[in-house]
Each structure stands twice: as C-alpha cells, then as structure tokens.
Design a protein around this ligand. Structure first.
Ligand SMILES: NC(=O)c1ccc[n+]([C@@H]2O[C@H](COP(=O)([O-])OP(=O)(O)OC[C@H]3O[C@@H](n4cnc5c(N)ncnc54)[C@H](O)[C@@H]3O)[C@@H](O)[C@H]2O)c1
Length: 476
C-alpha cells in the first residue's frame, strides 16, 4: 500500500507539464520573456533548486561553501525533502511546491534541476523559457524526442548556460589522463574497460530499494522504466562519457545483454548489464554493472565498485573518481618497452633492440605510478633535495603509505564552473552536446539490450521525430 504522502508519477508529470507533447511545446519558445543579463565576475549568482532529494541535498552541502552563488529558492513536491533542503543550505530561501512559482521569482539567475530523470526535460525546457541559466543533473534527457527538442530549444537561447552533472569532466585527475592520451603517452589507446559493481544483497542502497506503493510512489522512480533508464542511466552514463571523452567521439554502435535475475521485487529495470560499445576508429568500451558483488579488480582491491581501465600500447591507467568518503585514485602502469628484432648483417645473427619507451623518472618497473597531483609535479628548477623528496612521496604513494588526494572535489569545481559560466558565458565543459551524447548512449544501450541487437548511434536521428516509434518500452 502506498504511504500517505506518496506522490505518484502522474502527479509529477502533471506538475512538470510533461503531459504536453514535446513537439507541441516547442512553439512556446518563440518570444521568450527575457534573456538573463550577464553578471559581473564579483557578483553572486542567485540560484534556485528544484528537487531536494538525495543528490539535491548533496549538492546543497557543496554549494553552501561556494561564495560565487547564493541560494534564494528551493522547490520540492515533498515537504520533508523541502525542509531537508532548507536545513542543508541554511539562510532563508523561499520555498515552493510548484516549480513554476520558483521560475516566476524574478531575482533568480540560475536554476538547478535535480529531479528524477523522466522530468529533466520538461523542467529544463521551462527554465530556459523563463530566461534563466540551468544546471540539470545527468542524464540530461530521457527520450529520443527530448534529444531533438532540447537541442533546438538550447540553440534558440545561446545566452543562457546549460550544464549537466557529469563531474568527471571537472576532475583534475581525469583531465591529466585525457592529456596523457592526447599526447600519445599511453601509445594507441584502443580499449577501455569500465565497471560499476555493487552488492545490493548485503548492502542495500536506500535509493534502489523498493518502497511501498510500487510504481505509483515517486520515491521508486529509479527502479521503473517509466521513470528511469536503470543502471545505464544512473551508473554507465558517467563512464561512457569518460570513454567518449578519451576516444574523442560518440560510439558507432552498442550491443549488450541485460537481465533482472536477483532483485525481483516488482521493478522492471535490469539488475545486471554487460555492454560493448564500438567507436568509429575501432576502439571499444567494454562495460559491466552487476548488483550482487562489489569487488573492483583495480587498485589492489583497495576501493570497491567503480573505475575505468584505459589501455594503450605503451601504458595503462586505472582511474576512479573521489567522493566525500573516498579519495580519487589514478594509477599508471607501463607496458613492456617496444622490442624490434632486426638482422645484423655482420654477425649474421639476430639482435634485439629496445626502442622508444622512455622510462618514467620514478618508475622503471611497470608500476603502479600514481598520477601526480600538482603538489607532486616537478618544476624544471626544483632543487635536488626537492626532487628527491617528491620521488620519495611518489614511491610512498604508490606503496599506499601516503594517500594520494585530488586537491578539489570535482563536484565543487563543476559548481564553481557553472557560476563562472553564468557570469562570463564561457561554455561549460559538460554542456549541451556532451549531455545529449550521454543521454543518447543511455537510450540506445537500453534499446540494444531490450531488442538483443546491435544498435547504431545514427539511429537516434530518425527516432523521436514523430514518424516512427522506437521499439523499446514507451512511457507516455
Ligand atoms: N552526478 C551524479 O553523480 C549523480 C549522483 C546521484 C544522482 N544524480 C542524479 O540526480 C537526479 C536526482 O536523483 P536523487 O538521487 O536526488 O533522487 P531522489 O529521488 O532522492 O530526489 C529527487 C527529488 O525530486 C523531487 N521531485 C520530483 N519531481 C519533482 C517536481 N516536478 N518538482 C519538484 N520536485 C520534484 C522528489 O520529490 C525528490 O525529493 C537524478 O537524475 C540522478 O540521476 C546524479
């Protein structure tokens, strides 16, 4: 039986105006009321947040420490979530049950949309139409028609910032690794393996546990395909975005297998998925997410659950992002140096020549070498003693004696970056096209598993245009 204060998916859709077909909503774009004025760099961005649940309050905790933004309004359809939001941010934000009242508040420059996935598009659309900047959590959109509609709408609002919550793009470690790949330090990178495994049997997550009311309770949104993209949306989305970034492209096609084997409590999202993405130059991302075991065969098993292995002909990176409980880790392993066998005409015998592959200063063996924080970087004019001390720190870090720390949480950097973009209109690192590509990967991954076929990424161009229905499960 549903709890008394349960809010159903129908209520949420109604509140979000999503009952209106996306196509029908587009003409409303004409005559957008006003364009948000650009603020001086020293002015605070005044923001509101819609959705004060688990992620919303996590972000509010981080936003509280960021001086370039000020929370002036919060909205949630659930009173207890709204109260929790107010307690978390402090101060005296105005509070709303209906997000349209928040959008009508004139002193709001920017709005965070931190709601369940199935209402991201209607809310983000309405924020843009209200003339405000928007930060919408990943995944940016839920359905194929929303991909096309949001692209069209955002292009008509070029002076408004649209950022999505793919925080790995803001991580110093991931940026270093991306530079290493682009500079050829890992050789040719053809393969990435990513995993996000959890043990939902021994360690159930409140977010993924079925609550009373089943599909009619919005709190269960993650476990129903009518409201959620399941594991691909909640977990894979971060990691396929890393692969897109490293390979410099969206995939060409995806194939995969998903099933619901263990968590059979009425949910209809898969509880384990295996996916293979092929990229245009033949590179591959292999991906696994399961719900019955959390072991991570990286970092000597020191961290559970999630990470990526980036494999090149000259080296490998194991990397994972940090959060409030765990530090980020990035380890670099060298491949054996390139060996070229040539015939020596004088000695009439074969000799092996070792070519290329400069040994990294601190390495020599095949790792692991921690990816440097700026504290560990070598300055060209560093003294002998300073260099020795840093070698020692690298070594101790590699041995796990010193903990390697990313100096800033990427979530703080993404939030500061958003406010900065609102002031000077610099395009966000995780902007519209990054967010749409990520959403497309999620939509097509589910389709590939549902239909048991290879799904090409250019299929999205024909999907959601009103002519042909995608064959996957329909939600509206
Ligand atoms: N970037 C990340 O690492 C990360 C991590 C966790 C969650 N997320 C994303 O954040 C989003 C929210 O996830 P969550 O865990 O906070 O979910 P949640 O269920 O804990 O919270 C969602 C909140 O939105 C509210 N809500 C729903 N519809 C609303 C509406 N129309 N108007 C106002 N409020 C409404 C709900 O009442 C609830 O309080 C999801 O898209 C999720 O994928 C991102």
């Amino acid at each position: 039986m549903a709890q008394e204060n349960d809010v159903s998916r129908r209520d949420v859709l109604k509140a979000a105006g999503a009952v209106t077909a996306v196509a029908a909503a587009l003409p409303a774009v004409q005559g957008s009321p006003f364009i948000q004025k650009v603020k001086a760099a020293n002015e605070q961005v005044q923001y509101g947040m819609i959705g004060c649940g688990s992620r919303g309050t996590y972000l509010l905790k981080h936003l509280k420490k960021i001086a370039s933004g000020r929370c002036v309004a919060l909205c949630d359809i659930l009173p207890e979530a709204l109260d929790h939001g107010v307690q978390t941010i402090g101060g005296n934000p105005k509070t709303y049950k209906d997000y349209r009242d928040l959008l009508a508040q004139k002193d709001i420059d920017a709005v965070f949309v931190i709601t369940p996935l199935f209402v991201h598009f209607p809310l983000t659309r309405d924020v843009l139409l209200a003339g405000k900047h928007v930060f919408c959590e990943k995944c940016l959109v839920f359905k194929p028609d929303e991909v096309h509609a949001l692209r069209a709408l955002a292009r008509e609002h070029p002076k408004q910032i649209l950022q999505t919550g793919l925080q790995r793009r803001y991580s110093y470690f991931y940026q270093v690794v991306k530079n290493m790949v682009d500079k050829g330090i890992l050789g040719d990178v053809h393969h990435i393996h990513a995993q996000w495994h959890r043990n939902m049997i021994n360690k159930p997550s409140a977010l993924w546990t079925m609550k009373p009311g089943g599909e009619s309770n919005i709190a269960n949104w993650r476990v129903y395909r009518s409201m959620s993209g399941g594991l691909p949306a909640e977990l894979t989305s971060h990691q396929v975005d890393v692969a897109d970034w490293i390979f410099g492209s969206s995939p060409e096609f995806v194939m995969g297998l998903g099933s619901l084997d263990t968590l059979k409590d009425g949910r209809d999202v898969y509880d384990n998925i295996q996916l293979i993405y092929r990229y245009p130059k033949g590179q591959k991302l292999t991906y696994s997410s399961i719900s019955t075991n959390q072991f991570l065969p990286m970092f000597n098993g020191a961290r559970p659950e999630m990470g990526e292995i980036i494999m090149g002909t000259d080296g490998t990176i194991e990397i994972t992002v940090g959060d409030d409980l765990h530090t980020a880790i990035a380890w670099w392993y060298l491949e054996p140096p390139k060996t070229t066998t040539v015939t020596n005409p004088d000695a009439k015998k074969k000799e092996a020549f070792v070519a290329g592959a400069t040994m990294v200063a601190s390495g020599g063996a095949n790792g692991p070498i921690p990816i440097m924080t700026s504290d560990l970087d070598f300055k060209p004019n560093a003294s002998f003693l300073a260099r020795e001390a840093k070698f020692a720190r690298r070594w101790l870090t590699a041995k796990g004696v010193l903990v390697q720390e990313e100096q800033d949480n990427p979530v703080d950097i993404e939030l500061e970056g958003f406010f900065q973009s609102c002031c000077d209109l610099t395009p966000p690192k995780a902007g519209l096209e990054i967010g749409l590509a990520d959403s497309v990967a999620v939509i097509l991954s589910n389709l590939a598993m549902d239909e048991g076929r290879r799904v090409y990424f250019n299929e999205i161009d024909r999907m959601g245009r009103g002519e042909e229905k995608p064959k996957g499960r329909q939600t509206n």
